[in-house]
Design a protein around this ligand. Sequence first.
Ligand code: ASP
Length: 328
Amino acid sequence: MTEAGPRWTLVCHGGAGLVTRDHLTPEQDAAYREALTTAADAGAAVLRAGGRAIDAVEVAILRLEDDPLFNAGRGAAFTAEGRNELDASIMDGATLAAGAVAGLSTTRHPISAARAVIEGSDHVLLGGEGADAFARAQGLEQVDPSFFFTEARWRSLERALGRLGLPVPPRPEGVAVDARAELAHDEGKRGTVGCVALDIHGDLAAGTSTGGTTAKRWGRVGDSPLVGAGTYAANAAAAVSCTGAGEYFIRLGVAHRICALVEYGGLSLQRAVDRVVQDDLTALGGEGGVIAVDPHGHMAWSFNTEGMYRARVADGEPLAVGLYKDEA
Ligand code: ASP
């Protein structure tokens, strides 16, 4: 028998990478902790009021998408051509309903577009201009593509293009400098946001949103909008959201693999996430991390990078934020 855990739980992440005390200033450390607290608090409020896991996941991710500290929504990374192409997915563990979008450039909140795919279409994954057109038709807020411009991500692009020996595209004109965005930490090439939750009805949900990898090319799509790779939720197993080098997560089907180890392999949640991240992902040469919850209220994470921005909260337990490897 599995010991009964808290009635509701929520975990969110803001990406994994070179997150160490040496690489973050005290101001950056404080800003990331505050942002993760705000997002986890917003999701927890939904669950505390008896709301659904999928709503809590969407609400928490909306906060993270609006914060330029993270490579998702407002703070999205740039493609090699100097564009922002945003990806997201969300899944309801109760019904296995899933929605996803790839390559958005005018929709402010990709996670809400992914959610709308579930409720407003017969499809699971929409891409490119069609996905923006769908989001617009669903009444979701549209913005000029320059909304996603942040100076810090542009500098990351310049560095990445320099390493690749590629030309730097013309810098968009007339974009304002955002003081908060200047605090964004370049955690390698990446950073993505995600959330997993269990509600008091016993239902799980997972969601992930990203700007993708800096200097991505040719319409590249990563794992974040791919159900089974970057996101998966099934009440019979777990809810999982991933962050890291998407190509490796796609090849391993990381999120679904963790769920399969729990459901068919009988592994505990922590053993399943460690097995896939520390053994399988590492053996393949991929870097990143995952967060997960199961229907018994257990929470788990695992990463093979220096650190991962993360926060967890549960019924009767205080909210806890971690950035570095040595934090619980
Ligand atoms: N997994 C994302 C992607 O490959 C990036 C990240 O999580 O940092 O698009």
